[in-house]
Design a binder for this molecule. Structure first.
Ligand SMILES: [Zn+2]
Length: 372
C-alpha cells in the first residue's frame, strides 16, 4: 500500500493509519474516561487506565465513531482535536462575511481520475489514479495529472488526493457541516444516510443565484462528499502538505435525496467486492467533476474532521446540493468496519459502518466567507 492510500477513513489518508489497543481478544478496548478537550500528552488531567497505551508508544489507538472510540474521545490521543480551528462547523448564512470581488474558483479533473476504491473501515474512499500507459493498469503514480483546484480564496494550486463520504445510522443524525442545523435533526423524516450536513435553508438562501435547489419550506436532510486536495505549489507530497497550515483544501458538496447519482452507482456496484476494511478494488472510472455543483460556496479555515484533526484545511463548501436516491444513500451502511478474519467488534454498530461523521465544532471567532 502506498503512503496515503487506504489507511484512513477521512481527509487525512496518510495520518489516519489505524492500529488497535493491545488486548487479549484482539479487539480494541473501551476508553473508560471522558474526553480531554485541549489536553496535552504531557499533562493529562486524568491518568490513563492501564489498558490504554500512552502516546509514547509507537502505535496510536483505534479511533472511530462508537461510544468508546467516537469524536468525544479523539483529543485524548490527538491533541489537535481539542484546538480552536476544528471542523466541521455549523454554517450560519446570515453571519457569513461577503467575500466581494475575488478570482473565480477554478477546478478541472480528468473523467477517469478515480479508478480504485477502498474500504477504510470507516467508509469508502476513492483513490486517485489512471491507467498506467506502460503496465496498462491503474496507477496512482500519475495522480498529479488528474485533477486540481485553484483560484477563489486559494493562493496555490491544490492537487486532488482522494474522495470520501460521511453518513449516519439513521435519519435523525449524520451531519458534519450543518447549515443552521442545530435543532433540526430530530425533525427529519427522510431516510437517514448522511454524508455531511443537515439543515434548514431560509428564503434568503433561496433568493441567491444558483441556489434554487435550496428553496424549501421545511427541513431537508442533506449529505456531503469531500474531495481532498493538497498544495502542490509549496509541497512535494500530500503527506508533507497535510501537516502544514493551509496545506490542504477540501471541497465539500451536500447531497440530498432525489434523482439517482451516476457516480454513486459506480461505487455501489462494487461494494460487494470490498465488504471488509482494507479491501480495495477497481471500479468504473468515477469523474470527480460530476460531484461538483458549481455556484456559490462558503469558505473558512478549519481542520481534518478525522484524527489527527490537523488544522491545515481550507474548506470550500458548495451551497448547491447534488442528489442521490434514498436506495443509494442507504447502501453504504452494509460496509463492514473490521478486516476479513478479524473478530466482529462488539459495539453498538455490530461491525458495520453505520455512522462516520463528526458533529460540529465551535467556531471560536473564525470568519466564514460567502463567495460567488
Ligand atoms: Zn471528510
Amino acid at each position: 500500500m502506498k503512503k496515503g492510500e487506504g489507511g484512513g477513513g477521512g481527509e487525512g489518508g496518510r495520518v489516519t493509519k489505524i492500529s488497535t489497543f493491545p488486548s487479549d481478544s484482539g479487539r480494541p478496548r473501551a476508553l473508560h474516561r471522558p474526553p480531554l478537550r485541549g489536553a496535552t500528552a504531557r499533562a493529562p488531567p486524568v491518568p490513563p487506565a492501564p489498558s490504554i497505551p500512552s502516546r509514547s508508544q509507537s502505535s496510536m489507538p483505534v479511533w472511530g465513531y462508537t461510544k468508546t472510540t467516537g469524536p468525544h474521545t479523539w483529543s485524548v490521543y490527538y491533541p489537535a482535536a481539542g484546538g480552536q480551528k476544528q471542523s466541521p462547523i455549523d454554517l450560519v448564512p446570515e453571519k457569513a462575511e461577503q467575500a466581494g470581488e475575488i478570482a473565480p474558483l477554478s477546478y478541472h479533473y480528468r473523467s477517469d481520475a478515480c479508478t480504485r476504491v477502498t474500504n477504510t473501515g470507516q467508509g469508502w474512499k476513492l483513490l486517485i489514479g489512471t491507467t498506467d500507459p506502460v503496465v496498462g493498469r491503474p496507477s496512482t503514480n500519475l495522480r498529479s495529472l488528474l485533477g486540481e483546484v485553484q483560484g477563489g480564496p486559494l493562493n496555490s494550486t491544490f492537487k486532488l488526493e482522494q474522495i470520501h463520504a460521511h453518513w449516519g445510522k439513521h435519519d435523525a443524525e449524520g451531519s458534519e457541516h450543518r447549515v443552521e442545523g442545530k435543532a433540526y435533526p430530530c425533525e427529519v423524516s427522510v431516510e437517514g444516510f448522511f454524508l455531511g450536513a443537515l439543515g434548514r435553508f431560509r428564503s434568503r438562501a433561496s433568493s441567491c443565484d444558483g441556489c434554487g435547489a435550496f428553496e424549501s419550506s421545511g427541513l431537508k436532510v442533506l449529505r456531503a462528499i469531500h474531495l481532498v486536495h493538497w498544495d502542490s505549489d509549496k509541497f512535494g507530497s500530500f503527506a508533507e502538505a497535510a501537516g502544514a497550515e493551509g496545506g490542504l483544501t477540501v471541497l465539500g458538496v451536500f447531497v440530498e435525496v432525489g434523482d439517482e447519482n451516476s457516480e454513486f452507482a459506480k461505487i455501489i456496484q462494487i461494494l460487494d467486492s470490498i465488504p471488509h476494511k482494507g479491501d480495495t478494488t477497481d471500479l468504473e472510472p468515477v469523474n470527480p467533476s460530476n460531484f461538483l455543483p458549481g455556484g456559490q460556496y462558503w469558505t473558512y479555515e478549519g481542520s481534518l474532521t478525522t484524527p489527527p484533526c490537523s488544522e491545515t484545511v481550507n474548506w470550500i463548501l458548495f451551497k448547491n446540493p447534488i442528489t442521490a436516491s434514498s436506495e443509494q444513500l442507504s447502501a453504504f451502511r452494509a460496509m463492514k468496519s473490521q478486516a476479513a478474519g478479524e473478530e466482529c467488534s462488539h459495539d453498538e454498530f455490530e461491525g458495520r459502518v453505520l455512522r462516520n461523521f463528526r458533529p460540529p465544532m465551535p467556531l471560536c471567532g473564525r470568519t466564514v466567507r460567502e463567495c460567488a
